[in-house]
Write a protein that binds this ligand. Structure first.
Ligand code: FAD
Length: 404
């Protein structure tokens, strides 16, 4: 059975690994000319994703390339002389029993290397059209000649092309959940190592972090305007102008970070958007990872969700012996609860991530003190009270599909 996967970042290669393990023949098409190795941003693997990467035998290389960021130092816009610190390790330890933070492109490369011998990767191409008949899917490509596949899976991210071809425009499913996110690459001019530094104000925060073995640093900007912004996603000049306006007058390192906008080799700017689809399968096509159910970049643990989704989709196809009608329904039903809880969590996280008022800023200071002073078991016990909240990832149960 031949399966075409679109996208070679996280969900695509993880899916290719498990599909191959269950005996399917996999081709992955990726729009970028090569595997992205610019580093990207830091992403999180929580317990279920950690269990899956262990089964994929890539846990050790992942741990070896963990970012190692232990502490977040921050100051408030109106009190620059006072620095607070949150011990991120302790905070995450309370949220998840098993966690690693790693740069997205490092993770992608590790998954690629684990699958390159058993998967056909085609870089620098994209699906152009899909037409389904009872026996399969006829696929045309932008570069390669047309081909037939039994199934097609979109793992091509939040702005998925496969989703647009099959379900229609993104605007029909995407909801702005109240924030904007920008990440740029810049020189690690202040020699940061295991500490990330930030400045927080009402409705905006900016920070900088570096990662061992990565020469440059990342600046992150998060802000919440009163209403949705008007810009075209390809209009980088306008996006930079909007960012400068949002951080106008902020002190600390922010003028220096903004000046890097003129030279940065990598600029990412997007709205914090949540996808809400009731179903992400149609006929012989389904979606996995951000393409199908992104709860919001940087707010909903979407990398773990993408890895768990890939594992469940491949597993359900194996259980159903390749019958996509049974498998896609079982996949959606199995991951549905995790998706819904991730969405709900992201709605709350976006509010807390970008302080909405002086009260939120005060809470941040309280958290920094509590994390330092509360014994870890107590912090854990508090966060464990609700599995719809912080412990949502660790509460996911994985099925062993290799057992009948
Ligand atoms: C700035 C930022 C910060 C984030 N921070 C975190 C975090 O702290 N923690 C966390 O867990 N997650 C975070 N995320 C989210 C995380 O990056 C994603 O959830 C994760 O990468 C999802 O993987 P994916 O494979 O589904 O999609 P993506 O990583 O988006 O990959 C999609 C792939 O599809 C390819 N593609 C696109 N169009 C086509 C096409 N037409 N044809 C072929 N290929 C195509 C792309 O080039 C890409 O390789 C963050 C995201 C962003 C943007």
């Amino acid at each position: 059975m031949r399966i075409l996967v679109s996208g070679a970042s996280i969900a695509g290669p993880a899916l290719a690994y498990w599909l191959h393990r269950y005996g399917f023949e996999v081709t992955v098409v990726e729009r970028s000319a090569t595997l992205r190795k610019a580093g990207g941003h830091a992403v999180d693997l929580f317990r279920p994703a950690m269990d899956i990467v262990e089964m994929m035998k890539v846990l050790e290389p992942i741990k070896a390339r963990a970012t190692g960021i232990e502490r977040l130092g921050f100051r408030l816009e109106n009190r620059l002389d006072r620095r607070y610190e949150i011990e991120i390790r302790r905070l995450i330890g309370a949220v998840s029993d098993r966690h690693v933070e790693i740069m997205r492109d490092d993770l992608s490369e590790i998954f690629y290397e684990a699958t390159v011998k058993t998967t056909e990767y085609r870089f620098g191409d994209s699906i152009a059209s899909l037409s389904e008949d009872p026996a399969g899917v006829e696929v045309t490509f932008e570069q390669a000649p047309p081909e037939r596949f039994d199934l097609v899976i979109g793992a091509d991210g939040l702005h998925s092309h496969v989703r647009r071809l099959v379900f229609g425009e993104e605007s029909g499913f995407a909801t702005w959940i109240g924030g904007y996110l920008c990440v740029i690459t810049l020189p690690n001019y202040s020699n940061l190592d295991d500490v990330s530094e930030a400045i927080c104000g009402v409705n905006r925060m900016a920070g900088i972090y570096a990662v061992p073995d990565v020469a440059d640093a990342r600046a992150v900007f998060l802000f919440r305007p009163a209403r949705e912004l008007d810009y075209h996603y390809r209009d980088v000049a306008r996006q930079k102008e909007l960012l400068r306006k949002a951080f106008n007058g902020v002190g600390w390192e922010v003028p220096r970070l903004l000046s890097e906008l003129d030279h940065t080799p990598a600029f990412y700017f997007d709205s914090i958007t949540q996808l809400r689809m009731d179903t992400w399968s149609r006929g012989r096509v389904t979606l996995v990872g951000d393409a199908g159910y992104c709860p919001g970049p940087a707010v909903g643990g979407s990398t773990s969700l993408a890895i768990v989704g890939a594992y469940m989709l491949a597993g359900q196809l194996a259980v159903a012996g390749g019958d996509h009608t049974l498998a896609f329904a079982a996949y959606e039903s199995e991951i549905g609860d995790y998706v819904r809880r991730s969405r709900a969590f992201a709605m709350g996280a976006v509010k807390h991530l970008i302080p909405a008022g002086q009260g939120d800023l005060r809470k941040l200071i309280v958290v920094s003190r509590a994390v330092k002073h509360l014994p870890l078991p107590l912090t854990r016990a508090l966060t464990r009270l609700s599995n719809t909240g912080l412990r949502l990832h660790d509460s996911v149960k994985l099925t062993d599909y290799s057992k009948p």
